[in-house]
Design a binder for this molecule. Sequence first.
Ligand code: G6P
Length: 612
Amino acid sequence: MCGIVGYIGKRNSLNIIFDGLKRLEYRGYDSAGVAVINEKNEINYFKKAGKVKELENEFNGEVLEGKIGIGHTRWATHGEPNDNNAHPHFDMNKNITIVHNGIIENFKTLKKKLTQEGYTFSTDTDTEVLANLIEYYYKSKNNFEIAVRLALSEVEGTYGIACMCKSEPDKIIIARMGSPLMFGLGKDEIIVSSDAAAIVNHTKNVIYLEDGEMAVLKRDSFQIKTIDDEDIQREVQQIEYDLEEIEKGGFEHFMLKEICEQPESIQNTYRGRINFETGEVKLGGLDSVKEKLINAKRIIITGCGTAWHAGLVGEYIIEQFCRIPTEVEYASEFRYRNPVISKDDIVLFISQSGETADTRAAMKEAQRLGATAIGIVNVVGSTIAREVDCGTYIHAGPEIGVASTKAFTSQLMSLILITLMIGKHKGTISESELKEIAKELKALPEKIKQIIEKRNDYKFVAEEFKDSKNFLYLGRGFNFPVALEGALKLKEISYIHAEGYPAAEMKHGPIALIDENMPVVFIATKDKTYDKIISNIEEIKARKGKIITIATDDDTEINNYSDYILRVPNTLPIFSPILNSIPLQFLSYYIATARNCNVDQPRNLAKSVTVE
Ligand code: G6P
């Protein structure tokens, strides 16, 4: 997704901007650019389709000297990803330069109006229209701040912007509506970004802009106002993580690092929240809605992508252990299908980034209809985390790889904790069952370590199947969503077509695809559906499909049915989705690396999708 970096201070801005842009690469992008104002108050710029490194290699450092500048990584929405459409954009007089995340929905209307006023355009972007609109007001008001304010008051859509003006070269103006933006306060310098990762190695003191706000940033001062010109006082907040935490730490890829971090990330999700003797769970962020949750007549869970899969597991376990009717909705559908929601409903919003536009829009809709909105979010201080009625952080730590891994298992753990909290108080989970679950929970990090130690086995299987064209993933019960997530991981990073299905549903269509070239991954760990899964495996074997099973360490029977086995330790059914997901993460990782795919930044994908 698009990323913004800006700098104003005493140092040369270019290296700081490049460094920041590289730290935002994980978000996914297709082009990049920078603009800098030099000592002579000239704006110089360079922009290009491709990676920041290519931009850095080609630009002429001499030309881009200056102590104030803005930079951008673009993920195309309007106009193809080429050099011309890359940001920064300019007005036709080259007085205003701007970088922009988001979408200006009424850009066609604005473009028409500006064209009638004699403005011309050289790109296909909505952003260039905004640059010209600011210039249009600048010409009559001769004041950059007023011009930005008037322009934004005409804009419909979402934006995070940083812009500079040649005629007022001592400031950067930033504004936000629906797209994250913050600035870090250094000594005699301010670093702007859409993501704390670009700021953290300069300062930990940050100010987050809220929707409908703008800020005028100078080297040694700043002023925040609403777009309607009301003054805002905002407290400085501390970024909670270190740079090392968001670097690779010796692993070849962020994704591999994050898969291997799961013994710790899972622990961080439950640390201090469960009494291992009694199984009693305390989630501070949910105290205010605990009674409501226990007495809920209905729970709705929503999210996108991997978070939606976590929600599906949540549906199975909440219904099983709490006996509360639970539904799962794609966030993107929820908003537009006029959902039947009342003030008695509880809606859980699952989001790693806390910035996904569809999830956020669904949250607003649920709140508008009076429901209680609860967040299950990873990124502290993110928009969803701030705007929900209450919530619980999953504490998985920064997740950089575009394909979500440790955040998924921590989302599952958070849903388990919520389930245990409700189940105990409703009396739908017995004391003894609760104790058994708490005991097993404590053993989980060790079991995850055992899975990680077997990673060469998964690598071996990956080598065997790296050239497959299609994959089928099948599971039942709690592990049906795990099959969906396994297929999604493979698609996302290896570009192999993969589908997940409930194993029995396979007979109603996908079985037609089975032949000797079709690998089928069965999640076949021992639970009450084991015998049924074995029957489903037989059906595939009879049609010569290749069988890869995820099976528990002590299961010897499975040897008779599998071509390849990925082993996991025994656990309770409630935890099996967590353990079973990890070999599938490894499988897709090793298949993708064997195919030389860019696993951390897969094509066309973004870590955080902040447009609808
Ligand atoms: C994007 C990412 C997925 C992620 C989804 C939801 O599509 O590529 O990995 O699952 O967004 O993101 P969120 O941050 O809301 O969990």
